[in-house]
Design a protein around this ligand. Structure first.
Ligand code: SF4
Length: 444
């Protein structure tokens, strides 16, 4: 097993940084989802599960109090509470009616968004009660919630703890007032520290914090200061995400001043500065963008080869079936992926009228499952064994020549210099990506 570590001295190689490669949070990637699969497939997949399958539940709450300009999530700012109430009724109906495996046991529940802190304590309890009626939930299940620190009141913290929540993820991003103004998310360090303190006092011991690089007016020094601050606040896990500027797709991002965005080289340096700072303060690097205290369950999973990759990024969730509830959520089993309608109003309409909400996705072949597992091992462990046909040395020629990987017998090992480019390397062991590249170069 390779040691998960990020080289502070990895070279900046622009052509890999600019190469459009999948994030590989699923395999095949979500860009290949289509509308030829749906609810009938889900039913047959659920009828064909191992005995006593391990289940994971994801619930999407697509609402926020205000819109952050950098946001890439599927969320809206509801102008009336009716919209939230109607959505929660629909969610309730989906929980009651979606086919599930006969004798599954839930080990993990994750509330994402949006901002699940938009839910009142009573609404949060209602969802958990619906789950407890529908599923057997393991006593030691992890129940995790993504939270906007500004929404964490004493009451909400107590309600979450009372409903069994064990882990909270706080969105921090950057603590500099100038950056916060430019991204429309004013959230002083004290408000993050207060939220973490309220959650811990209520009994939610595990706290994750998300920080970002590549935001407008961010500098290496500002990213470092934010990384140091979240370490000082005692975050158990820290995720370091790069801002993706796609204003043609996310219209509110047009409010981001493009002339204040850092360039590719600055982004790379900021990412490295955050990684170096977190490692200096005792965190273990997990994959290419997560960090965890060595005694955190994610770090233990990484050391023992049990890390996995899914739509959350890196996870130690050992599920056979991931059931996604709510608008845009994605469900997964070994047979494939299915995504719900993305628009919250369309989602509610469908449930009210009895129409299906799982409308797109893909079923995967055994070969795609095997490729997906190899790619996941590479992204999680930084090394992987060849498939039955060995490695395609032509596809790997550039990353070998650039010293990003080494071949040792039938193993491909990512070097320290190659770790920031592990997704580029994954694309070179992805036959579908290689075929698409070849077709593209022939067409040009
Ligand atoms: S709180 Fe999170 S989900 Fe909501 S707008 Fe801000 S970044 Fe997006």
């Amino acid at each position: 097993m390779a040691h998960n570590d990020t080289a502070p001295t990895a070279p900046f190689l622009q052509r890999y940084v600019l190469e459009a490669v999948p994030r590989y949070t699923s395999y095949p990637p979500a860009t290949r989802f289509h509308d030829g699969v749906g609810a009938a497939d889900w039913k047959s997949w659920m009828d064909d599960q191992p005995e006593r399958p391990v289940l994971s539940l994801y619930i999407h709450i697509p609402f926020c109090k205000t819109m952050c300009w950098y946001c890439g999530c599927n969320t809206t700012v509801p102008n009336k509470d009716d919209r939230v109430a109607r959505y929660l009724d629909a969610l309730d109906k989906e929980i009651q009616t979606r086919p599930i495996p006969a004798d599954g046991i839930v080990h993990h529940i994750h509330f994402g968004g949006g901002s699940p802190d938009m839910l009142s304590p009573a609404r949060f309890r209602r969802i958990m009660e619906a789950f407890r009626e529908r599923f057997e939930i393991a006593e030691d299940a992890e129940i995790a919630v993504e939270l906007d620190p500004r929404g964490v009141t004493e009451d909400l913290a107590a309600a979450l703890a009372g409903a069994g929540v064990t882990r909270a993820s706080l969105g921090v991003q950057d603590l500099s007032p100038e950056v916060q103004t430019l991204i429309h998310r004013i959230q002083p360090a004290e408000s993050v520290a207060r939220a973490a303190m309220r959650l811990r006092r209520a009994g939610i011991a595990a706290i994750n914090m998300d920080i970002m690089y590549g935001l407008p007016a961010q500098t290496v020094e500002r990213v470092e200061a934010t990384a140091r601050a979240v370490a000082d606040m005692g975050a158990d896990r820290v995720s370091v995400f790069g801002y993706a500027h796609v204003p043609w797709f996310k219209k509110h991002q047009r409010a981001i001043p493009e002339d204040r965005l850092p360039g590719a080289r600055e982004r790379f340096d900021q990412m490295h500065a955050a990684a170096a700072c977190l490692k200096d303060t005792g965190y273990q690097a997990i994959g290419f963008d997560h960090f965890a205290r060595p005694d955190d369950s994610l770090a233990r999973a990484a050391r023992s080869g049990r890390l996995r990759r899914n739509f959350q990024g890196y996870t130690n969730d050992p599920y056979d079936v991931l059931i996604g509830y709510g608008a845009s959520s994605i469900s997964e089993s070994r047979q494939g992926y299915l995504q719900n309608l993305t628009d919250p109003a369309h989602y509610a309409n469908a449930l009210e009228s009895g129409a299906p909400v799982q409308v797109r996705g893909l079923s995967r072949t055994a070969e795609e499952c095997a490729t997906g597992e190899r790619i996941a091992r590479l992204l999680c462990d930084f090394e992987v064994e060849a498939g039955p046909d060995g490695f395609d040395r032509n596809a790997l020629a550039d990353v070998i020549a650039d010293g990003l990987v080494e071949l040792s017998g039938d193993r491909l090992i990512v070097t320290a210099a190659g770790r920031p480019y592990v997704r580029n390397i994954a694309a070179r062991i992805d036959p579908a990506f290689q075929t698409a590249q070849n077709q593209h170069s022939q067409a040009v």
